[in-house]
Design a protein around this ligand. Structure first.
Ligand code: ADP
Ligand code: TZP
Ligand code: MG
Length: 267
């Protein structure tokens, strides 16, 4: 696949016009952050995890985002029900294996969830993608200790095993489906100094898969938008607190020219 800036812009316009409802089962750290990012790109977020209501909520949503960041048994119950319902109704599912590799509980739950219902897209950092593939990878809690290149083989393996698009984020973002790969080099190192940037990437993928049924392309478009918005925001004011605010403002007013002039495709 060739990344085309005009098609990225087309997807942004589609999100802004359709305002798809994105159902998020996500962690307590980033609920506010990712809801605001989804609003800024033009989507309509809701954070809903109770077992009593997730199935009904999936039915009215255009995509489901499942993020295991602050996992407990209640969350797991909601995730299982929501993923089953999304699968039944043919709605896209995006999965974020936050902190996989850090504890056996995270490893076990993630594998059970994606084996039962393979997600449309899996997005994690290198440590998470390697651990999810079953490698004995090191991690520092929710942060990776490897560059994204280190997880390439693991991502190809996962993509084939689950027929999912797999995204490895980092200084270079790799988007992989089966034997196909695209990579982008946008973004800024300061993004890793703000909590929830990876979760935000995952949530934005949710908005793109809601309006683009080519999930490989949609995930690549979301990562390009994430990186371009992050670097514009970091250039405005290179401090973490400002980055959070400027990132939202940049997403909100991102233009076709921003994409055209800044997109850095590396393969
Ligand atoms: N060194 C870097 N240079 C450029 N962009 C980066 C860098 N580190 C992370 N990013 C960007 O920050 C976002 C979050 O990625 P990452 O930090 O890998 O996720 P996580 O928070 O899950 O560990 C992605 O959009 C990624 O491209
Ligand atoms: C700090 C933290 N602890 C549990 S979830 C979470 C947020 C992680 O977000 P991200 O992976 O996007 O930095
Ligand atoms: Mg993460």
């Amino acid at each position: 696949m060739q990344l085309n800036p005009h098609q990225i812009w087309r997807d942004i316009q589609a999100i802004r016009s359709a305002q798809p409802l994105i159902h998020n089962i996500t962690n307590f750290v980033v609920m506010n952050t990712t809801a605001n990012a989804l609003l800024a790109i033009g989507a309509s977020p809701a954070m809903v995890h109770a077992t009593e209501e997730v199935e009904e909520f999936v039915s009215i949503s255009q995509a489901l985002v499942v993020n295991i960041g602050t996992l407990d048994a209640n969350f797991v119950g909601g995730m299982e029900l929501a993923m089953k319902q999304a699968h039944k109704l043919n709605k896209p599912i995006v999965f974020d294996p936050v902190g996989v590799g850090a504890t056996s509980y995270r490893n076990k739950v993630s594998t059970q969830l994606i084996q039962a219902i393979p997600p449309s897209v899996i997005r994690g950092n290198a440590s998470e993608i390697m651990a999810l593939a079953g490698l004995d990878a090191q991690t520092k809690g929710v942060d990776s200790i490897y560059g994204s290149e280190a997880a390439l083989n693991a991502a190809y393996f996962l993509s084939k095993k689950y027929n999912s698009t797999v995204v490895i984020s980092g200084a270079t973002d790799f988007i992989i489906y089966q034997d196909n790969m695209v990579s982008t080099a946008n973004g800024h190192p300061l993004m890793s100094k703000v909590t929830g940037m990876g979760c935000t990437a995952t949530a934005l993928i949710g908005a793109f898969v809601a309006i683009n049924p080519n999930y490989f392309e949609a995930a690549a478009h979301a990562m390009a938008v994430m990186g371009i918005s992050g670097e514009i925001a970091a250039e405005k004011n290179p401090y973490p607190g400002s980055l959070q605010v400027n990132f939202l403002d940049t997403l909100y007013k991102l233009t076709g020219d921003d994409i055209l002039y800044r997109l850095q495709v590396t393969s």
